[in-house]
Every structure is written in structure tokens, then in C-alpha cells.
Design a protein around this ligand. Structure first.
Ligand SMILES: Cc1cc2nc3c(=O)[nH]c(=O)nc-3n(C[C@H](O)[C@H](O)[C@H](O)COP(=O)(O)OP(=O)(O)OC[C@H]3O[C@@H](n4cnc5c(N)ncnc54)[C@H](O)[C@@H]3O)c2cc1C
Length: 428
């Protein structure tokens, strides 16, 4: 192997973490993002550190590399130690402040960030990728590649499996739809299902414009970060819970109430809510959606294109292609994207140096996420299960294995014992 460059496609949380890890491991790193901003779905999320995500964030901070992105989200948190139904010790980052900060971190680490560069093709040398091609026909040479293109959209998927293009933060009509590097390389991708007639999954939350809500609701949100408004019986929404990817929020409390969280915009914890119905509720008389713009009608469809891969995040049959974030499993969440990105970027740099690829110990919450997420891809039942550290089956498993903790001395000892202390922040 003579090459030097790691190319990352997709600048969501997964791609940003992969880029930071690869650069910190000493690789020349280039990041290609089709829109004008980094962070993808992370531009409208905000919930961090809830349930098992707390443990994973603390583990990642001790490992270094992409894990340092958790410092950025902590730095712009509007609320910390928030409790809401089924969730403890959450922090809520400010969605308006986080992107420039992440961009600065990546630039400082030496990552060459290329926004408004949509990758649409590639060339191969036998089983390996040798170059990418962008929308303008420019050829980008590289040695190792990370597919962090996510699974949102493109518009066709939202039309086919959802309620149409709802004009979400991915902004496909303006910047072009998602193009999968794994798919373009000829690998057959996997699709998550929420039932025989429900391929993919509809995103589980939207954002309301703050100023459109009543002063009383805004005061509650400013004070505690959370507002819970009981729904009249005729507006409860049990049936919507089944189609959400965020199984950690598929609890009756989310069907019987409107749960709002303050992330800068006001996060509405349901896939969509018809505006005329929403406006009948006290405090929401003037409500309007901020993301997706058609949040009264539907939400983006995700998880229709997942890469089959191994435990070190190498795409099956493509030795120099790694994957991370939603691309690497039915992984729901920023934390899940960051920690898989960390490993993908680090292993891409290892591949470049002919070093043995790192498999994360399952004595860590992150290792458990990586291993279970990989196994789940092998069966239809697994593909019907969301993998998130914040709830559902994986969080249960963390509890059973005593991996879920908020005790920093336990996490210190765990990361020392597994040999992962600052592992991702040292040049190889
Ligand atoms: C509305 C919504 C709210 C959410 N809220 C939360 C939350 O509060 N907390 C939480 O933990 N999780 C939340 N999630 C889930 C979480 O945001 C995602 O699971 C995670 O951020 C996915 O990260 P990713 O990097 O894998 O993918 P994405 O964020 O989708 O990033 C993929 C990136 O790749 C780019 N791209 C695609 N194709 C190409 C190409 N060919 N060339 C160049 N660039 C390309 C896209 O433009 C995009 O920026 C939310 C998701 C949604 C949709």
C-alpha cells in the first residue's frame, strides 16, 4: 500500500467523527459533503447523553479522536441533566450553534472540508475503490474511503415509502439526493423494515418555530428544557409509534401527550402532526413547523440503504471501503453516528498504514453497539430493530451486562482495562 489519503463522503455526525479520527491518526483526510453545511440530520436533532448515550459519550471522550465531538455538543448545550418520559440525564444542544463549532474542530485537526461536492460515481480496481467522481465530473483520487452518506432520502424514497418530500433539513431538491458509495460500488444494500408494508422508517420528530408558540409554553421550555402537554383523547396517536425509527420514544407517553424539548427550535417528539389539529390545542394556536417544513403531513424516510459490513466497519467485499452512522446499521442517533464514525475513520487510517484493524471490545457500551448492530443486519428480525443506546433492546442489553453507568470512575477503569485510553487521539 503506497497511498496516503482517506476520503470521507457525507458530512453528518458520522462523517465528521470519521474525519476527525482519521486526521488525528495521522492520515491526510478529505471530507466531501453535498450541502452547504456539515452535520446532516444533526442540524435538527439535539438530544444527547440520554440513557446509555451518556455512558458511550463518556467512553468516547476518554478514547479521544472523533470522541472529542462530545465536547462540542456539551459546549453548546442549552440544558443539561434533563429528564423526560423514559429518559434520564439528557443534554440538549443548540442546533443553531453546533455546526460552526464542529467545522472549526475539523479544520483545526487539518481536515480538508469540501462542501457542495456531491459524489455521484466512482471507479474501481478489482474489488477496491480507486477514485470518486462528483456532480461536475471532477475526479477525486483516494486510497481508503468511508461511506457516511446516511440513509435519509433521496426524494424518491420519501415519495415511495412516506408521504412525499416534506422539505427536511437534507434539502434534496436544492442539493441533490443522497447517493450511496456502497451502492454505487455494486454492493447490494439492506433495508430496515417496520413491518411487511413499512420499508425503511419515518423520522420520529420535527421542529416547531419558537415564536409561534404561546409565551407560557416558551417559559416552561426555557426553565426546564421540557414541556409535556396532554392530548385530548381524539388526537392521541398510538398508530404512529410503530413506524418510528426511534424506538426509545415509542412509549404510550408520547402518544398521549405532546412532548416538547428546547433545542433552540422547539423539538416536537412525534413524526408529524396535522397543523389544523395541532392548532386546536391551547398554546399551539399559531404553531408552524420549522423542520421539516411539511411537518404537518409527514417526515423523512430513512434506513432504506444500509451497508452489509463486518465488525471493524469494512463493507463486505470492498476492502478499502468503510462505513459509519446510519449507513453501518439500523443506528438511530447522533451518539451512535459519532462513535461508529470514530472507529471507521481510525480503521481507514490503519488500513492505509497496513496496520491490523481495530475491533472495539464488547466490554464497552460502544463495543456492544458495534457488535450487536452488525449481528442485527443478518436477520429480518434484526433489520426490524432499531439500534440505539437510548432505549429499546440495546439499552436493555447494556443494563443486563452492567455496561450502562454514569459513574466516571467505572468508565475510567473500563477504558484503561480495554486498552482504549486515548487510543484514537494518537498518530499511528
Ligand atoms: C428530524 C430528526 C431528528 C433527530 N433527532 C435526534 C436527536 O435529537 N438526537 C439523536 O441522537 N438523534 C437524532 N436523530 C437521529 C440522528 O440525527 C441520525 O441518526 C444521525 O445524525 C445520522 O448521522 P449520519 O452521519 O449517519 O447521517 P446524516 O446525518 O444523514 O448525514 C449524511 C450526510 O451525507 C451527505 N451525503 C449523502 N450523500 C452524499 C454524496 N453522495 N456526496 C456527498 N455528501 C452526501 C448528506 O448531505 C448528509 O449531510 C434525528 C433524526 C432526524 C431525521
Amino acid at each position: 500500500m503506497t497511498g496516503r489519503t482517506v476520503i470521507i463522503v457525507g458530512g453528518g455526525w458520522a462523517g465528521c467523527a470519521a474525519a476527525l479520527s482519521a486526521a488525528m491518526a495521522g492520515a491526510e483526510t478529505r471530507l466531501f459533503e453535498k450541502t452547504d453545511m456539515l452535520l446532516g440530520a444533526g442540524l435538527v436533532g439535539g438530544i444527547m447523553r440520554n440513557n446509555g448515550r451518556y455512558t458511550a459519550a463518556e467512553e468516547a471522550l476518554r478514547m479521544g479522536g472523533g470522541g472529542e465531538l462530545f465536547q462540542a455538543t456539551d459546549e453548546v448545550a442549552r440544558h443539561v441533566d434533563v429528564k423526560f418520559p423514559g429518559h434520564s440525564h439528557a443534554s440538549l444542544y443548540d442546533v443553531a450553534k453546533v455546526e460552526p463549532l464542529v467545522r472549526e474542530h475539523l479544520t483545526d485537526a487539518g481536515v480538508d472540508i469540501q462542501t457542495m461536492r456531491r459524489i455521484v460515481g466512482l471507479t474501481m480496481n478489482e474489488d477496491s475503490l480507486s477514485a470518486l467522481v462528483d456532480e461536475d465530473g471532477d475526479v477525486i483520487l483516494g486510497d481508503v474511503f468511508v461511506d457516511a452518506t446516511g440513509t435519509s432520502g433521496p426524494m424518491g424514497a420519501c415519495v415511495r415509502h412516506g408521504n412525499g418530500c416534506v422539505m427536511c433539513i437534507q434539502r434534496c431538491p436544492a442539493f441533490g439526493g443522497r447517493v450511496s458509495i456502497t451502492g454505487r460500488s455494486g454492493v447490494r444494500e439492506l433495508m430496515a423494515t417496520k413491518g411487511p408494508d413499512l420499508p425503511g422508517a419515518m423520522s420520529g420528530s420535527g421542529k416547531l418555530n419558537r415564536e409561534s408558540l404561546s409565551p407560557g409554553l416558551i417559559r416552561t421550555l426555557d426553565e426546564s428544557g421540557v414541556a409535556i402537554v396532554p392530548l385530548p383523547e381524539e388526537l392521541t396517536q398510538l398508530e404512529k409509534l410503530a413506524s418510528k425509527p426511534c424506538q426509545q420514544y415509542a412509549l404510550p407517553e408520547y402518544a398521549d401527550n405532546i412532548v416538547l424539548l428546547d433545542t433552540g427550535h422547539v423539538k416536537l417528539m412525534t413524526s408529524y402532526f396535522p397543523l389544523d389539529q395541532l392548532r386546536t390545542i391551547e398554546g399551539f394556536e399559531n404553531a408552524r413547523f420549522e423542520d421539516p417544513y411539511a411537518g404537518g403531513k409527514g417526515n423523512s424516510i430513512r434506513f432504506t440503504a444500509i451497508a452489509p459490513r463486518n465488525h471493524v466497519l469494512q463493507v463486505n467485499g470492498r476492502p478499502n471501503l468503510f462505513c459509519a452512522g446510519e449507513k453501518a446499521g439500523v443506528y438511530v442517533g447522533h451518539t451512535e453516528a459519532i462513535v461508529t464514525g470514530m472507529l471507521a475513520g481510525h480503521n481507514a487510517a490503519r488500513y492505509l498504514r497496513n496496520r491490523e484493524l481495530l475491533e472495539m471490545s464488547t466490554d464497552t457500551a460502544i463495543g456492544e453497539l458495534l457488535a450487536r448492530g452488525c449481528e442485527a443486519l443478518l436477520t429480518p428480525e434484526g433489520l426490524a430493530e432499531s439500534q440505539t443506546l437510548a432505549g429499546s433492546v440495546l439499552f436493555e442489553r447494556l443494563r443486563k451486562k452492567n455496561l450502562y453507568t454514569t459513574d466516571s470512575s467505572v468508565i475510567d477503569e473500563r477504558i484503561e482495562r480495554t486498552g482504549l485510553w486515548r487510543k484514537f487521539s494518537r498518530p499511528l
